[in-house]
Write a protein that binds this ligand. Structure first.
Ligand SMILES: Nc1ncnc2c1ncn2[C@@H]1O[C@H](COP(=O)(O)OP(=O)(O)OP(=O)(O)O)[C@@H](O)[C@H]1O
Ligand SMILES: [Mg+2]
Length: 366
């Protein structure tokens, strides 16, 4: 039996379509020689192919429908993103673990790092800004209980009526040598275990398409979480799960991110206020002292809630809208229960003697 080279119908059509829409017997012979098969093998395939119809004198007509062109352009399910380096934020104030996070990124080493800490204290922001300052690509994936292998590694997507393989963010980061941020990883289910080999620095085998993806230099994984992956007893972080011990073990080190000191937090607020054109240094100082007392009381078990850096920035934004310190605080602490809200407002009242509460202002007007 003569040696027959394997070739797909697509390859055959691509070869023939380059010759035009009327394929004569010489061109068919050419194709047969090109693919190392008999002429009859080619004509047999053309006879079965929907885009070819047999004409007279051995000529085959190729229907170059738009659909055909589309199918050969193999539409990319993942839009080619040129640059995944995050933008530098002039409002970012480095503190705490930032220098170490940046050092890890800068080292280019594969060193999976876990950052744990209370909500809104700059965990995600620190990884993003470390990459921004170093010009490194970052792919951030927000993990939920629904996140599975398809979301992380990839899967088939329907594009223009065809199923096309779509690289998930993990594969994309592996191939680009980017930093992968598994944000809020403690919300994950056990389906996150599909990342075990990736966390060992080994790349991943795409079993659905039979391709092995290696880790490009520079690839690293950061994970952020409000807990240490051991669940949350006090009910503050509903939805967090106990993560598999073997998964946690694959992270080389853990940073415990604290809220910034009052001085740093004041600087953060001043920058946020300046960028909005409402810089009031005294207000920023009062807010950072206020949150500091609240956090100390929280740590001592005196209250169940804290004011995060994120919430303070929300207050500054509200201040930019209403130019009213107390109103800004009130609208931003309304999310807490009545008792907590009242105690927060009363505390601020004590810190900022000049602040005029709405009730007092109403009384004065009336
Ligand atoms: N170092 C900082 N410099 C400037 N702003 C900061 C800084 N840290 C935190 N912030 C402010 O706090 C917000 C929340 O930060 P970030 O999203 O990183 O918190 P997080 O710790 O990841 O919170 P969560 O656990 O809820 O995801 C930022 O959007 C920013 O407004
Ligand atoms: Mg975060």
């Amino acid at each position: 039996m003569p040696f027959q080279q394997k070739f797909s119908n697509e390859e055959l059509v691509t070869f023939l379509s380059a010759k035009g829409t009327e394929i004569n017997s010489d061109q068919i012979k050419e194709a047969a020689a090109h693919f190392g098969v008999k002429t009859q093998s080619v004509t047999k395939r053309l006879g079965k192919h929907p885009q070819f119809t047999k004409g007279s004198r051995g000529v085959w007509n190729l229907t170059v429908a738009e659909k055909l062109e589309q199918s050969y352009q193999a539409p990319a399910a993942v839009p080619a993103v040129e640059d995944l380096v995050p933008q530098k934020d002039p409002n970012y104030v480095p503190f705490g673990n930032f220098a170490d996070v940046k050092k890890i990124v800068q080292s280019g080493m594969f060193y999976p790092t876990f950052i744990t800490g209370l909500s809104g204290n700059g965990k995600t922001f620190s990884v993003e800004q470390a990459c921004a300052q170093l010009g490194r690509e970052l792919i951030r994936v927000n993990i939920t209980i629904e996140t599975d292998e398809d979301d992380l590694i990839g899967g088939f997507r329907l594009v223009n009526g065809e199923t096309v393989w779509h690289n998930g963010p993990v594969v994309e980061a592996l191939e680009r040598g980017a930093v992968l941020l598994l944000d809020e990883v403690d919300l994950a289910s056990n389906k996150i275990l599909c990342l075990q080999s990736v966390l060992e620095g080994k790349g991943v085998f795409l079993k659905k398409i039979g391709r092995y993806v290696r880790r490009a230099p520079g690839f690293n994984v950061f994970a952020t979480a409000n807990t240490k992956g051991k669940g949350s007893d006090d009910g503050r972080f509903i939805g967090t799960n106990v993560l598999n011990e073997a998964f946690l073990e694959r992270f080389a080190l853990t940073f415990e991110q604290e809220y910034p000191s009052p001085k740093i937090e004041q600087k953060i607020l001043e920058k946020a206020a300046s960028s909005l054109g409402v810089l009031d240094e005294k207000f920023c100082e009062n807010l950072s002292n206020w949150s500091d007392i609240i956090r100390k009381t929280f740590r001592d078990g005196g209250i169940d809630e804290v004011i995060s850096t994120r919430r303070l920035v929300h207050i500054i934004r509200a201040f930019a809208i209403w130019q009213d310190r107390m109103k800004a605080i009130k609208v931003c602490v309304n999310r807490f229960d009545e008792e907590t809200k009242t105690s927060f407002i009363e505390l601020y009242d004590k810190i900022d003697a000049d602040v005029v509460t709405q009730e007092v202002a109403d009384d004065q007007q009336g």
